[in-house]
Design a binder for this molecule. Structure first.
Ligand code: UD1
Length: 333
């Protein structure tokens, strides 16, 4: 192999696969590392899939060498906030320890560019108007956010001690699917609001729950900045181009800069679906902050990122369409 490759960890997962598809379609040489614990073979449309773990130093070093990797996009992680409260060590192992291992292998192999999937959960409960800017204080209120914040710190420290440059992307709430229906979120036992609402719309679930109606928000339900997965994937492609053009290491929010409450989301899903869903109110979930909305200017200024799907109805429509497709031909079976 003469040409260098981009390693995509977690490339068989939801966000990783959408990013890999965009890079593959643009003719980039990619290789996916995924242990398929939550990912799917069907999601890998371009390049080789290496089945394995980011915590396996021999495998990772061999892969970096064999594929002449000079850029890593690191998606592989556990991501469910309430689960992280119940099983913190699972999160610190897979998200923090395995990122440390991956970074060590990258440093030894001389990887030049690293793009990291971080999260709005690093902000915890934002003060004041609840808009999170990249330089807002970080104070995670759940182990998931803490596991990612520790990884951010390691990346910044390694950056100072080496030639590796990075972009840390702090995702807000990802939703939707490939608008052309080739891939989509296929997680079993899904927990994400729009995903479970789409499952209810196609009849996979009888009931939808609103977790908490007593938050200090306008209608009492949680507020989030929902971003279409295709725009999030594009942010990675833009981050890569930025680093390749000599951009400085940086940390960027990826969100649209406005939030919707759980009630607003469910109203939109019902409107798009064209029928009411069975909705039941419940107590709050462990680890859920009241509101997380991005200050979203820096990414546009730094990367020239131009989102195309800032439209909750489109997000809902793509989610429902994907759910229908998945019903007809399920993944992983
Ligand atoms: C999601 C991400 C998390 C990320 C965070 C950033 C996943 C699995 N989770 O978490 O990694 O850090 O965004 O903001 O990718 N809700 C209901 N009923 C439901 C499901 C959710 O009322 O059935 C509510 C929640 O209480 C919350 C909102 O909807 O207020 C969004 O929840 P969810 O879609 O699960 O995402 P986050 O927990 O915000």
């Amino acid at each position: 192999m003469s040409e260098s490759s981009i390693l995509i960890t977690g490339g068989a997962g939801y966000i990783g696969s959408h990013t890999a598809r965009q890079l593959g379609a643009a003719g980039r040489r990619i290789v996916t590392l995924d242990n398929l614990s939550t990912g799917f073979r069907e999601a890998v449309l371009y390049g080789d899939l290496i089945e394995g773990d980011t915590g396996d130093p021999e495998l990772v070093s061999q892969l970096l060498h064999d594929y002449q990797v000079d850029t890593v996009l690191h998606f592989a992680a556990h991501t469910i906030v309430p689960e992280s409260v119940e099983k913190p060590l699972k999160y610190y192992r897979n998200n923090t320890c395995n990122t440390r291992n991956l970074l060590e292998c990258c440093a030894e192999a001389g990887v030049r560019h690293f793009v990291f999937s971080s999260t709005a959960a690093v902000y915890g409960i934002p003060e004041g108007d609840a808009i999170c800017a990249e330089d807002s204080p970080t104070a995670p209120i759940n182990p998931y956010g803490a596991s990612k914040l520790m990884s951010e710190q390691m990346i910044r420290d390694l950056d100072k001690a080496s030639d590796m440059r990075h972009v840390i992307l702090r995702y807000f709430n990802v939703a939707g699917s490939d608008p052309e229906g080739r891939i989509g979120q296929s997680t079993k036992q899904a927990t994400l609001l729009i995903k479970v609402a789409a499952e209810a719309a196609v009849g996979k679930r009888d009931t939808l729950y609103i977790f908490g109606t007593d938050f200090p928000t306008p209608d009492g339900t949680g507020v989030r900045d929902y971003i279409h997965v295709e725009d999030l994937a594009t942010a990675h492609v833009d981050a890569l181009r930025y680093l390749e053009n000599g951009g400085e290491s940086t940390t960027l929010n990826v969100g649209y800069g406005h939030g919707y409450s759980v009630r607003e989301v469910l109203e939109t899903v019902q409107k798009v679906h064209g029928a009411p869903l069975n909705i039941v109110e419940r107590e709050r979930r462990a680890g859920d902050p009241p509101s997380l909305v991005a200050s979203a200017e820096r990414i546009r200024e730094t990367l020239g990122w131009k989102p195309r799907y800032d439209d909750l109805e489109a997000i809902a429509a793509h989610s429902i369409a994907w759910e229908r497709k998945l019903m007809a031909s399920p993944w992983g079976e």
